[in-house]
Design a protein around this ligand. Sequence first.
Ligand code: NDP
Length: 311
Amino acid sequence: MEKIRTLIIGGGPAGYTAAIYASRAGLKPVLYEGMQPGGQLTTTTVIENFPGFENGIDGTALMDAMRSQAANLGADIRYGTVSGADLSSRPFRLTLDDGTELSAEALIIATGAAARYLGLESETRFRGMGVSACATCDGFFYREKDVAVVGGGDTACEEASYLSHLCRKVYMIVRRDVLRASPAMQERVMHARNIEILWNCSTQEVLGDDSGVTGARLQRKDGEVFDIAVDGFFLAIGHHPNSELFSRWVATDENGYIVTEGKSSRTNVEGVFAAGDVQNPSYRQAVTAAASGCVAACDAEKFLNSLNPGK
Ligand code: NDP
């Protein structure tokens, strides 16, 4: 079994930043990127709010740069998904999806979060056939067509705004009579000529046939049920943390986010640290994820040094 000093799980800004700091601290980090190297930022377009880029930067380019920076500093970055974890004692034992077993002295969990779905059977049936949780990945297929975006937060507004440049018409399906999004994002959708907000509406069903999505059946709060004709149905109703693999050992809150101690990245399991969206439901920004990756590497360094105080 391969013995790893510092194992980082997750290839997003938190994981790569942890790898940058851990490499410089001589912690010999090995990072497994999972199914989506680069993480959620690779599904966005231009990131305007990551400091240091006066004209913004493409999400994938930013992640590529972080990965290269970590690799250049000596991090061992590998493609692969950790599918099993035994954190009952140290060294921790992890299993990859190809069955490979690893042991780790310190573990940094930076597995991020994944998009939420409504949970409708019809939504599952048409997933990949018109139902998507990523406008920037799939919007291209709906050029000059009509689409719907569910949600009223910053993500929904961002996706609706992105789609409005490609599509003929964008409906936003909002369950209340207000948007949760920041004023700047609200402004953007309110002023787009081809975005129509359907207030107080919930989705009863995604409609479709063998060719894929053809529409959605909605219900207004007053009880009225009506259909809209759309070719694409985009979900933007938030995320859930990718913590299931560890939740048997590591404490999570009621929504599954890993609980960390105070301002640190320490979990309730000594030697296990958490960084990024998997432990932070509040901010979900590339820069906050990166910062928490730094914190996790610093905490892991302190922990590993405490095991060998003489070294
Ligand atoms: P949010 O939790 O902020 O918003 C989720 C939206 O989906 C809300 O409008 C919510 O409605 C709605 N919703 C939730 N569940 C359902 C459901 N079952 N049916 C219908 N609607 C539902 O998630 P976001 O992903 O938008 O944003 C998360 C965080 O990331 C926020 O802090 C946001 O500011 C940040 N962010 C920042 C960006 C930026 O700065 N550029 C871009 C994107 C995200 P309700 O309001 O009624 O609860």
